[in-house]
Design a protein. Structure first.
Length: 202
């Protein structure tokens, strides 16, 4: 990083000047942000709190978020490429129609978030909580869920071919019974899913 900043005003000024934000390290930022059509490139965010902010149609490239709070944020129609979220709180946030490429979520809280109509390619969720999270009508390629909580998560109207839930808790998961072909689960999960299909195992 070439520059360090702990000022919300710095981001707002760049936005008002219609300039992208590149090669900046942010720390201890706290406050509401309302920006659109701006790019963050090669940035680091550490211990920042942007909860309840609006970041529509924002692009993040090669960016790292560590110990940040994005709860109740709106990221609709945005894009994340080569982005890492480590130990972040992202409760109830909206990622509708958002694109993720080569990005990761590690030890994050994403309960009640919304990924409807999103696209995730070459992404991984590790040791994260996604309870009641919505993945309806989403598309993926090379997506990994590892040691994560998908309790009551919804994947309605989503083809799940080659998706592997075997290391995750999928209790109460909502699936489209017509789109389960190729889904990978463990033995106990297979029993759970059989109930969704109306199969009675004696």
């Amino acid at each position: 990083m070439d520059i360090s900043s702990n000022s919300i005003e710095f981001i707002e000024n760049k936005y008002n000047e219609e300039e992208d934000i590149c090669n900046i390290s942010f720390s201890l930022l706290s406050g509401l942000i309302n920006v659109r059509n701006i790019e963050f490139k090669n940035c680091n965010f550490t211990d920042c709190d942007f909860s309840n902010s609006i970041l529509n149609k924002v692009s993040f490239f090669n960016t790292l978020f560590t110990n940040c709070n994005f709860s109740s944020c709106n990221f609709d129609d945005s894009s994340f490429s080569k982005v890492k979220f480590d130990n972040c709180k992202i409760l109830g946030s909206s990622f509708i129609n958002t694109n993720f490429l080569s990005s990761s979520f590690n030890s994050c809280l994403l309960d009640y978030s919304n990924f409807t109509y999103s696209s995730l390619k070459d992404c991984i969720f590790t040791n994260s909580s996604l309870k009641y999270t919505n993945f309806d009508n989403f598309k993926f390629n090379k997506l990994i869920f590892e040691d994560s909580l998908l309790t009551q998560a919804s994947f309605f109207n989503s083809h799940l071919n080659n998706l592997d839930f075997s290391t995750c808790d999928i209790s109460g998961i909502i699936l489209d019974k017509d789109m389960l072909e190729g889904l990978k689960v463990n033995t106990s999960q297979a029993l759970e899913i059989s109930k969704l299909l109306g199969i009675i195992i004696k």
